[in-house]
Write a protein that binds this ligand. Structure first.
Ligand code: XBP
Ligand code: MG
Length: 251
């Protein structure tokens, strides 16, 4: 049993519903600008989300596109250029105010900040995307809310690999059982669990029906909680749930 000493926040799907109306739309505009004939519809994008990392997602998709370049080096160059442009377009969407924070997220981040509970960002997405989203949500001083901001560029292996969590724990000097992960997806839960960090899931659009066994709690959102923690989820309620967690015995 641990004590809650840090909150580790996933970004896409957890802090905001960024995927369907943010990243997906930006990818499609980038494909169009590059005169590429394919688009990712809502369903296709949902399937592709099992590949974490936007650049990696495109490289995976190229494999089934006859119009994609044949050589690996050309594919990698194209994926990098598209990804750079996609992130610019994503920032524009966010700056236009088209993506809102999910219920209760801003309240909890502000509450943790006010109470001096260390927080970190643990995301697969690019740093520029985090900056655009959190800058819009928390203001220019958004970074002062987080003791560490670990992004896609900072790891060798993206979720479900635990690297992003292990880096955040090391930066905060907190042991896994004393941290709490806030996640929305199966790869996110797998990453947290592999790092030994208990996780609260807030179901997002694309992972509404995923299997989250092994999570500390599964909620629809942080303003409604679940049967054991109904209503707006407070830090005290999270700490009480966290205190019930026992680390699985590893084989
Ligand atoms: C979600 C991801 C990212 C985003 C797109 O990460 O897997 O790849 O879909 O962002 P998380 P990039 O839920 O861990 O925040 O294009 O910058 O990868
Ligand atoms: Mg996520």
């Amino acid at each position: 049993m641990g004590t809650l000493r840090a909150l580790l926040w996933d970004v896409d799907g957890t802090i905001a519903e960024t995927e369907r109306d943010g990243h997906r739309v930006a990818f499609n505009v980038a494909f169009k600008e590059f005169s590429l004939p394919w688009r990712w519809d809502v369903e296709t994008y949902g399937r592709l989300l099992r590949i974490t990392g936007g650049r990696e997602r495109m490289l995976h998709d190229f494999e089934s596109r006859s119009e994609a370049p044949q050589s690996l080096s050309e594919r990698e160059r194209l994926a990098s250029s598209l990804h750079r442009r996609k992130n610019e377009l994503y920032a524009q969407i966010v700056c236009r105010g088209e993506i809102e924070a999910r219920p209760g997220v801003r309240r909890l981040i502000e509450q943790a900040h006010a109470q001096g509970l260390p927080q970190a960002i643990v995301t697969t997405t690019s740093r520029s995307n985090v900056k655009a989203l959190l800058g819009g949500m928390l203001g220019d001083q958004w970074e002062s809310h987080f003791a560490a901001v670990i992004c896609g560029e900072d790891v060798e292996n993206k979720k479900p690999d635990p690297e992003v969590y292990l880096k955040a724990l090391a930066a905060l000097g907190v042991s896994p059982g004393d941290a709490l992960a806030m996640e929305d997806s199966a790869p996110g839960l797998a990453a947290a669990r592999a790092a030994g960090v208990p996780a609260v899931i807030t179901r997002s659009i694309y992972f509404a029906n995923s299997d989250f066994s092994g999570a500390l709690a599964v909620m629809n959102d942080l303003d409604h909680g679940d049967a054991r923690t109904p209503g707006p989820v407070t830090l005290a309620a999270l700490a009480a749930r966290h205190a019930t967690w026992t680390a699985p015995i590893s084989a």
